[in-house]
Design a protein around this ligand. Structure first.
Ligand code: AMP
Length: 541
């Protein structure tokens, strides 16, 4: 027998309409690229999003079209999240830290029709322009007074917006309609696109609102250091308006001093980001002898939060919530709140548990499996590859049948490429990574890509690129290579060779020459052995 309840399609625009009705005084406060501090309430933002939606339609954007953004965290970027998806188009957030080659690839692969960019990125786009599709149009996210002189035909965001009135009824379409597109690095080859839908996004937003309810509350101020161009800023663009939390957007200035000042001025309660940015903030707190006023919580994810970092925050009464997830999961999968039974436990014990990656959110199922794919017990001992299942997890990759075919196991679970254990209380511990990727400051470097490019250098016979722990960037790449001739090539030669294909931060920090590389039983290079061997390798400063 079927239930007799209405079935309304889940729509992203309804989140903003809800904020407009219910959270009238909550704000989005943005440090802009132009240098000022902008304040806008959710009702004002909702009106502007409707104006921008009409502007997009006037530019001939319609259902299913991909519209790209190349921008920092700020209110205009947030407006675009709603305006683009609200008309049924797809908001494709581009990571500006990608190499020009990768950026060109994803713009072409996504078949973007419009590119919205912050002023900061005009020189970059001017450089890329000759290789970009001729049909791509550009909109600079600024007001007329700041429009730059450029050989490109640039449209002005505020001109487009103010040409429209805010009277617009968001259209209805099926809830599985695509809403957002975010590319993530593959272990080899090109980046792969996670294509979110209205349904997955709204369900993920509710998942975040329940799981992170300490900070997602009306009147609480949250600072996303995690960028809007990186996995939907961990769901905050939706979860904050839904719950009435205010957002404090840092723009491009993410150093410790700038963050400290902004957080102090605005009395930010909760700040979200990868471990690397918190090192800068902790150093600033130490130097000033005080934490920013009102700072009570930090959400750390993207890479493992070091125990010492958790300890430092907890000792200054900033509660740490360690979260784990990935682009393919929208991204939140687990969050690290402690059960009430641990309230009276000593700090040491609490920090031990907080150093784990947290427990699953409602709507995310976890399993760990052995090499044969058999499920392992959740006993805190067994460790295996982590698989996930849920409504906010990808079922494949955008226009990529090859990667899609490999994404799920025969039972429909998505393989994360992380190796983990899960204890009897449900706490996840990421113990290793099965995927050949290195995460530096929250951004990916594909070891296989670097290896392939290095192998095209005549002086290299074989090589492996591995992650070496780094105090600031979490991990940095080290290349272990076998030279093709008795005298190895100069390191600087290899680095200049790699620089033709890679962004500067993706280049190995060091190259070590060896006679042979260790092999596994199946004859592959044993990266595990190399990682153990070079765990303490001193990288050049
Ligand atoms: P991304 O798709 O760029 O967000 O990266 C997701 C990947 O980052 C995961 O599969 C993990 O390898 C890693 N990751 C994310 N959060 C954590 C965490 N808290 N601890 C350890 N690794 C993490």
């Amino acid at each position: 027998m079927q239930g007799q309840m209405m079935h309304r399609p889940l729509r992203i625009a309804d989140i903003l309409t809800f904020a407009e009705d219910s959270h009238k005084t909550s704000e989005v406060i943005s440090r802009t690229v132009e240098g000022d501090l902008n304040r806008i309430t959710y009702p004002d933002m909702a009106a502007r999003a409707r104006q921008m939606a009409k502007a997009l339609i006037a530019l001939d954007i319609s259902l299913g079209d991909r519209v790209a953004t190349l921008a920092w965290n700020g209110y205009r970027h947030l407006e675009l999240y709603y305006a683009i998806s609200g008309i049924g188009a797809v908001c494709h957030t581009i990571n500006p830290r990608l190499s020009p080659e990768q950026m060109l690839y994803i713009i072409g692969h996504a078949e973007d029709r419009l590119l919205f960019l912050d002023l900061t990125f005009v020189p970059l786009v001017e450089k890329l322009a000759p290789q970009l599709p001729k049909t791509l149009r550009f909109v600079v996210m600024t007001a007329r007074a700041h429009m730059p002189d450029s050989p490109l035909d640039l449209l002005c965001y505020e001109d487009l917006l103010t040409a429209q009135d805010p009277h617009y009824a968001w259209p209805e379409f099926p809830e599985d309609t695509a809403s957002g597109l975010c590319y993530t690095s593959g272990t080899t080859g090109h980046p792969k696109g996670a294509l979110y839908s209205h349904r997955s996004t709204v369900l993920h937003t509710m998942l975040c609102a329940i799981s992170l309810r300490d900070c997602l509350q009306p009147g609480r101020k949250i600072l996303p250091v995690v960028p809007l161009f990186h996995v939907n800023a961990w769901g905050l663009p939706y979860a904050a308006p839904l719950t009435g939390a205010s957002l404090v957007m840092p723009g491009p200035r993410l150093d410790g001093a700038s963050l400290w000042d902004l957080m102090n001025d605005e009395q930010v309660f909760s700040a979200w980001g990868v471990p690397t940015v918190w090192l800068g903030l902790l150093a600033e707190i130490k130097q000033r002898g005080a934490k920013p006023v009102g700072f009570g919580e930090v959400i750390i994810g993207g890479s493992a939060a070091p125990r010492s970092m958790i300890d430092a925050f907890e000792r200054m009464d900033v509660s740490v919530c360690h979260a784990w997830g990935m682009t393919e999961m929208s991204p939140v999968g687990t969050v690290g709140h402690l059960p009430p039974s641990m309230d009276d436990h000593p700090l040491e014990q609490r920090v031990d548990v907080k150093a784990k990656q947290g427990r699953r959110c409602f709507g995310v199922d976890l399993k760990i499996v052995d090499e044969a794919g058999a499920a392992l017990p959740h006993d805190g001992q067994a460790s295996g590859e982590l698989y996930v299942r849920g409504n906010s997890i990808v079922s494949g990759y955008f226009a990529n049948p090859e990667a899609t075919a490999q994404a799920l196991d025969p039972d429909g679970w998505f393989g994360t490429g992380d190796v983990a254990s899960i204890d009897a209380d449900g706490f996840l511990t990421i113990t290793d990574r099965a995927k050949d990727l290195i995460k530096s400051g929250g951004e990916w470097i594909s070891s296989l890509d670097v290896e392939n490019m290095a192998m095209s250098h005549p002086g290299i016979a074989n090589c492996a690129v591995i992650a070496v722990p780094h105090p600031k960037w979490d991990e940095r790449p080290l290349m272990v290579a076998v030279a093709a001739e008795d005298i190895p090539p100069k390191k600087s030669d290899i680095l200049s060779h790699l620089a033709q294909y890679l962004a500067k931060w993706q280049l190995p920090d060091d190259i070590v020459f060896v006679d042979t590389l260790p092999l596994t039983a199946t004859g592959k290079v044993s990266k595990l052995t190399l990682r153990q061997e070079y765990a303490d390798h001193a990288l050049p400063a």
